[in-house]
Design a protein. Structure first.
Ligand SMILES: Nc1ncnc2c1ncn2[C@@H]1O[C@H](COP(=O)(O)OP(=O)(O)OP(=O)(O)O)[C@@H](O)[C@H]1O
Ligand SMILES: [Mg+2]
Lengths: 294, 228
């Protein structure tokens, strides 16, 4: 087979059936666009939750009766835990001073209060590279079982709540994605069938003059490849422009300034391109296969 | 000259029934040698087109056996059909041209399926279109041609890949006397170069004064086989 003839035929066909091809590409682009936008939303939410979680420090409050001599060994034990980046000891006096500084002009409130009324604590920072919520939970759990520890705090309600939201949206995205994929399969395979039917006569005549199935399929598959690829590229371009627009609006809004948006990672973009292309080529192949058998 | 006649087409007890109707062909026994020029005649509906269709697997027989150039059509798999069709050039009664392809592209199709290069295709297609007198219309769309012109494009497409067998189904049906003579001349020429030809026609004047073999069908039965 000569690829040149295939491309020439594909091109000629593209010109003759421009509308059908534009329609198929449009359907592909639309499906991909919805999928990418859902993905963008879910991905950013996940990023946000992770960033938020990362900025939370784990605070370990000690019982008041813990003697000073035990502090260095506790320090070492915490530091030795898997995933701990750094540990800082905050004595009762340090905590009192911090409180004073925080209260500034109103520090009279603290008058007559025992400077040791606050419990000593460790401020634990988790290694960012290994950060995940489950790990933090595990570390917190281990430490809370030590007899010297009164309480471990890491803003778990917030983390749990955000986690739950992120989980739900991720599930919605997955379900929506599957539904979308099914609808897209239906629509795209029907558009492909229409294209094939529209060219029934042409296929029939090619067969009569001795064309093999491969020869007939070639241009169709080339067209499908470009439909899938161009459709997905278009969707990615549009969603990228949308992302740029949103990112600019967000950074221009003082309240949301810290919430930096991310575009989808390259693997996701590549995945959408690959799946879309593969999908169109495979769909066309199956539609033709059925057609050529009869 | 070939002294031992090698059969290129063999039919034995061939029967064709189109679902539910009375048979279009009944018990046809036929042998055609390599290089023969055979006319196939008979009234409308007698089964001429059906017989030709069986020879390039456009239809499958409901009984009997057919061998074409050593290919047993009763056991021929779907994937082998294209290779049979490359050996059999067919001029269809209804032309079967692609209306939105140019004259050139219609004819070129026969060669493109063989995987020939662009250059080879161009040279051979141009030559054959010139020989059927359509060179000045080579870039016209098939739909823009008259019936007779379309018929000549159909002929060009059937012969351009120089198949060993040509099946012509009423190839002169839409042509005037002069054009008819030209087509018959073209067939004679091809036959002189060794091509086996089956020429289906109503027009008795085409074979009455030749010494060609004439097969006559009537209601699906091979009624007469007049050796030339
Ligand atoms: N696809 C088909 N389905 C059902 N019956 C068919 C089909 N094709 C042909 N026939 C029938 O088979 C018989 C033979 O038809 P065929 O086309 O072979 O005749 P023919 O000799 O070529 O006629 P003509 O000279 O008019 O072209 C006719 O009775 C026709 O009605
Ligand atoms: Mg007929």
């Amino acid at each position: 087979m000569i690829p040149g003839t295939f491309f020439k035929r594909a091109l000629r066909d593209l010109k003759q059936n421009l509308f059908t091809h534009l329609m198929t590409t449009g359907v592909v682009a639309f499906s991909c666009l919805l999928f990418v936008i859902f993905g963008l939303f879910s991905f950013n939410l996940q990023q946000f939750v992770e960033k938020f979680g990362r900025e939370l420090a784990v605070v370990v409050y000690l019982k008041k009766d813990v003697s000073q001599e035990k502090i260095p060994s506790l320090y070492k034990r915490i530091n030795a835990l898997d995933g701990v980046e750094s540990v800082e000891f905050i004595s009762s006096e340090d905590a009192y001073r911090e409180l004073q500084a925080f209260l500034k002009d109103e520090k009279e409130i603290l008058e007559g209060v025992d400077p040791l009324f606050l419990p000593p604590s460790f401020q634990v920072e988790i290694n960012r590279a290994v950060f995940n919520i489950d790990k933090v939970k595990k570390i917190a759990e281990i430490m809370s079982q030590w007899p010297e520890v009164a309480k471990v705090q890491y803003g778990q309600e917030w983390v749990d709540r955000l986690e739950a939201i992120s989980q739900v949206t991720r599930n919605i995205v997955i379900i929506a994605g599957v539904l979308l994929l099914l609808t897209a399969t239906f629509v795209v395979s029907n558009t492909i069938k229409l294209t094939v039917y529209a060219r029934q006569e042409e296929i029939e005549i090619m067969r009569l003059v001795g064309a093999t199935n491969g020869f007939i399929q070639g241009p169709f598959l080339i067209e499908a490849f470009f439909q899938g690829f161009i459709g997905a590229s278009f969707a990615i371009l549009v969603s990228w422009l949308l992302y740029r627009y949103l990112a600019e609006s967000v950074s221009a809004t003082p309240l949301l300034k810290d919430m930096d948006l991310h575009f989808l990672p390259m693997e996701y973009v590549g995945g959408v391109l690959a799946v879309s292309t593969l999908f169109c080529v495979l769909g066309t192949y199956i539609a033709l296969r059925r057609f050529l058998k009869s | 000259m070939i002294s031992i006649e090698q059969p290129i087409i063999q039919m034995q007890g061939v029967e064709k029934v189109y679902g539910g109707y009375s048979p279009a062909l009944k018990g046809v026994d036929l042998e055609i040698s390599k290089g023969e020029f055979v006319f196939l005649t008979g009234p409308s509906g007698s089964g001429k087109s059906t017989l030709l269709k069986l020879l390039f697997c456009a239809e499958r027989p409901t009984g009997g056996s057919i061998v074409v150039d050593d290919m047993d059509l009763s056991t021929l798999s779907g994937s082998q059909i294209p290779y049979l069709r490359r050996k059999v050039g067919v001029i269809f009664q209804d032309f079967k041209l692609l209306p939105n392809y140019t004259v050139f592209d219609n004819v070129a199709l026969s060669l493109e399926v063989l995987g020939l290069t662009r250059k080879q295709v161009e040279k051979r297609v141009t030559a054959i279109i010139e020989s059927v007198g359509l060179l000045e219309k080579i870039n016209r769309l098939a739909v823009q041609l008259s019936g007779g012109e379309q018929q000549r494009v159909a002929i060009a497409r059937a012969v351009v890949n120089r198949p060993p067998i040509i099946l012509a189904d009423e190839p002169t049906g839409n042509l005037d006397r002069a054009r008819t003579t030209e087509v018959v001349e073209l067939m004679n020429e091809l036959n002189a170069r060794g091509t086996t030809i089956i020429f289906a026609t109503h027009d008795e004047t085409l074979f009455t004064n030749t010494h060609r073999r004439v097969l006559t069908l009537r209601e699906g039965i091979l009624e007469r086989d007049q050796k030339g």
